[in-house]
Design a protein around this ligand. Structure first.
Ligand code: SAH
Ligand code: MG
Length: 221
């Protein structure tokens, strides 16, 4: 990864340790080579940290990252929750707003041409989405409902040979919440994905090329 972008990504606000960010960048590089010309999409951008890691790979391959976030924070980012950062609340609106930081971070990284800020509720956007993806990164709401919904709705868009990356996968419940781990297991159990990388809580899966569009099995929880 370009060392300047790497420095900016590490300095950006957010929730991604450097080694996981680098692995995410490498997943982007691999995805762009496997599925040339297809875009990347991330669910959960926050202040732009992961978007810099993925955007750097998109830029290197002349493709784009759709960075999807409503920028109002997940349940776990709201006041009173563990991952709340009070200065990210818009005092006039009384709600979180991470879009200004996101925009500034991507501007400073020179990645605006390759990272398309998509201010949207992921399930709403998903109702109208049709484009196959070289890479899908799931890092949105980590509750059971949002995580399983993101998996069900979006994993079908990963192109054959493309990559599904999931963040905050903790096999040991003592380390963190279950839903990201559950959707990782669902992806493997579906028979459509195999694991090709694990760094910290990041899991990188590859979509098998069976030539047939496949809908994941119904949820099990
Ligand atoms: N990838 C980021 C961290 C994401 S935090 C990083 O590298 O730091 C999770 C993000 O998911 C929050 O910004 C929240 O607003 C977003 N999110 C949660 N539910 C969402 C939904 N339904 N649609 C769009 N974004 C959502
Ligand atoms: Mg995360």
């Amino acid at each position: 990864m370009d060392s300047h972008l790497r420095t900016l990504a590490e300095a950006a606000r957010g929730f991604m340790p450097p080694d996981e960010g680098l692995a995410l960048n490498e997943a982007g590089e691999a995805a762009a080579s496997r599925v040339p010309g297809a875009p990347f999409l991330e669910i959960g951008s926050y202040c732009g940290k992961s978007a810099i890691y993925l955007g750097a790979a998109a830029q290197a391959h002349d493709v784009v990252l759709f960075a999807v976030d409503h920028h109002r924070g997940s349940e776990e980012n709201q006041p009173g929750w563990e991952w709340h950062e009070p200065d990210l609340v818009d005092p006039e609106v009384g709600r979180m707003d991470t879009l200004p930081r996101f925009r500034r971070a991507l501007h400073d990284a020179g990645l605006e041409p390759n990272v398309i800020a998509t201010v949207a509720d992921a399930p709403t956007l998903g109702r109208f989405w049709t484009t196959p993806l070289a890479l899908l990164f799931i890092d949105g709401g980590h509750g059971a409902e949002p995580a399983h919904r993101d998996y069900e709705q979006w994993s079908t868009f990963v192109a054959p040979n493309g990559i599904l990356a999931i963040h905050d996968v903790f096999p040991d419940p003592a380390d963190g919440g279950r839903p990201p781990f559950e959707i990782y297991e669902r992806a493997l159990d579906s028979g459509n994905f195999v694991e090709i990388g694990a760094t910290g809580s990041l899991r990188v899966l590859e979509r098998l090329d069976n030539g047939v569009a496949h809908t994941p099995e119904p949820r099990r929880f």
